[in-house]
Design a protein around this ligand. Sequence first.
Ligand code: 5CA
Length: 440
Amino acid sequence: MRLSRFFMPILKENPKEAEIVSHRLMLRAGMIRQQSQGIYSWLPLGKRVLDKVNAIIRDEQNRAGAIELSMPTLQSAELWQESGRYDAYGKEMLRIKDRQDRPMLYGPTNEEMVTDIFRSSVKSYKDLPLNLYHIQLKFRDEIRPRFGTMRSREFMMKDAYSFDLTREGAEHSYNKMFAAYLRTFDRLGLRAIPMRADTGPIGGNLSHEFIILADTGESEVFCHKDFVGFDIPGEQTDFDSVEGLQAIFDKWTSLYAATSEMHDEAAFNAVPEGDRLSARGIEVGHIFYFGTKYSEPMGAKVQGPDGKEHFVHMGSYGIGPTRLVPAIIEASHDDNGIIWPASVAPFDVVVINMKAGDQACDDTCELIYAALSKAGKDVLYDDTDDRAGTKFATADLIGVPVQIIAGPRAVANGEVEVKDRKTGARETMTIEAAINRFVA
Ligand code: 5CA
């Protein structure tokens, strides 16, 4: 992508409305724009990051055996009347009428709709277990939307829903998502700690929130500090192994970890003082087992091996991609801007032409740009005629992991400078070496 042809409206000034660093940097880097309170457009740079986050989420959902579909944002109120949540959900639900005066709503979550899909076609235990997910916009009319897309009214959610014949089966499904979440957050460059959590309006009695420790987090959390160094389940994890996944779950729940709603002061005080971590955290994922809470009122049942009908045991599993993007920034930035983990960076590398219009600089940059693009890298080429200082500031602000800087003096020697955004380390090398670093 040539910067001269891209759309990346950088702000020079710090936006006054932004209270936390991620919100400030997302606005400054031209990643998002607020359209009305708590409702955002994702501009091209932000969209690239969001897509990469979603690709990792999708990859790990698929690995764990979940199957992707797409459900609509607008739902009929009838379904919610069946489960009894239409009235219970209160003012957070955005209610709309269509031209026939039929009550509709903008979905805050999809338990009812997915249960309807399930009951319409699954009739036998032989089709279980089943886990269906989608990545879709949601709407919750939050009283206090704030911190940009961290807590917005319209937001994206990956929501998965599992169906099993028995409670034991449902626990295995729960453990699959538990392990998939550990892997997902790790690949996003984050350390998320599962904590026992309250179930709120989703319901049920087994639930964990996945929390990233951050001073700007909205929740108060308490845990054993050893969680910070625990091993993440590897790529070879067998998601069909009941014992294997139970062992992962048992290990990751063996020490104290709870959000403030579930906090037990006495149990926390039993943790040796030096091992206690009490901090603020950002909830990036939340998983629930709620048994037959929806399948019973909505009549979602299958025939079991005993020939009898059984209401299915369900769970739901949410991750917030539009919250994860600012959460990653909270965890990874410096005074100059964002520092993206390579896995979600909007571009793999930025090529900075320090003297656009200078033949040697232009030729060198074009050569590098073409070679790296051909090798499948996402390259941003700063071909604008801005001052060098402005270009450096922009490259640092948008946080691309590697910068290749081509200035007239180095280029005259057949060289460029390669800068690591995170460490700031700069290295001068031949043009060929710079290319090979990525192509090899
Ligand atoms: N149905 C269940 C799981 S699929 C559910 O709705 N769970 S939730 O309410 O906990 O939301 C799941 C995730 O969505 C949260 O962990 C959070 O990452 C994200 N999320 C929830 N509300 C917001 C919001 N207002 N803004 C941004 N992300 C949100």
